[in-house]
Design a protein around this ligand. Structure first.
Ligand code: NDP
Length: 260
């Protein structure tokens, strides 16, 4: 049984971590997916691995280079999906960056990139699909936000603010769109292990304050109950996509059992 057969999905941030897992889960469910990220060689690896695992799936994975900070680039990704797969039913905004920074250290390039990717990137995704979704009277916009959008964590002022932006944006847009058939979902994970999210951090002082070692993926030294897997987040996305048509999954807060 393929619950998402013939569902056309645009997925940003598919080249690693949570996005790569979502791509695999979508293929398992039979969806037709157009993946975007800047590193196309990694997108090719994601496609090959998922396709080998789910070779029987009626779904398909295609990919295209996309920089979510560039409006045209996101529009071109959506256009690729429309031309090769059909009308877009769902966009999943997964691309994101996270930098631990102490504000006094003023690493302004990282602040700016956080806003460009996490805020502007999501707006570019919404803008690229919304007019056609409202015209067709259906569509789902799913954004991988964070529990940091709902809570405040030290050393993450700009990141938390960027995810709070996503939460506020999604909630007000969701209310505006009631009755149009278009829904917005934010998925808010807690700490997820094994992704590349913190690999480019440089502020040792900020990372040190929360006990994270710069340059290493999160995972070592944590118990199973303290960190989520990428698959746990992908499961939440599939849950939001397979809910009955009269149900809107607005926000999913998913955290490790033993996260404080
Ligand atoms: P990764 O670093 O593994 O993945 C980030 C993805 O975003 C990559 O595919 C990367 O692709 C893409 N990306 C970054 N910048 C751009 C850009 N300018 N244009 C297009 N794509 C871009 O991290 P995660 O998988 O952990 O993160 C995915 C999402 O999950 C993020 O939004 C993050 O905030 C969120 N999240 C993660 C948590 C965690 O603990 N890991 C917890 C809560 C939320 P490329 O570099 O190839 O462009």
């Amino acid at each position: 049984m393929y619950r998402l057969q013939d569902t056309v999905v645009v997925l940003t941030g598919a080249s690693s971590g949570i996005g790569a897992s979502i791509a695999e889960h979508l293929l398992k469910e039979g969806a037709k997916v157009c993946m975007g990220a800047r590193r196309v060689e990694k997108l090719a690896e994601v496609k090959d691995a998922a396709t080998a695992k789910y070779s029987e799936s009626p779904g398909t994975l295609i990919y295209k280079a996309c920089d979510v900070t560039q409006r045209d680039s996101v529009c071109e990704l959506v256009q690729e999906a429309e031309e090769k797969l059909g009308d877009v039913d769902v966009i999943i905004n997964c691309a994101g960056v996270m930098y631990f920074t102490q504000m006094k250290n003023c690493i302004m390039d990282q602040w700016e990139q956080t806003i460009d990717v996490n805020c502007k990137g999501v707006l570019n995704g919404i803008g690229a699909v919304l007019p056609k979704m409202t015209a067709r009277g259906k569509g789902k916009i799913i954004t991988i936000s964070s529990d940091a959008g709902l809570r405040q964590f030290q050393s993450l002022a700009v990141y938390c603010a960027s995810k709070a932006f996503v939460e506020t944006l999604s909630e007000i847009t969701r209310r505006e769109l009631v009755g149009t058939g278009v829904t917005l979902t934010t998925i808010c994970p807690g700490d997820v292990k094994g992704t590349e999210l913190i690999m480019k951090n440089t502020d040792d002082e900020a990372a040190g304050k929360i006990g994270v070692e710069i340059g290493k993926p999160v995972g070592e030294g944590f118990t199973r109950e303290q960190l989520l897997d990428v698959d746990d987040v992908a499961d939440a996305v599939i849950y939001a996509m397979t809910a009955p048509p009269h149900v809107a999954i607005n926000t999913v807060l998913i955290e490790p059992r033993d996260q404080e």
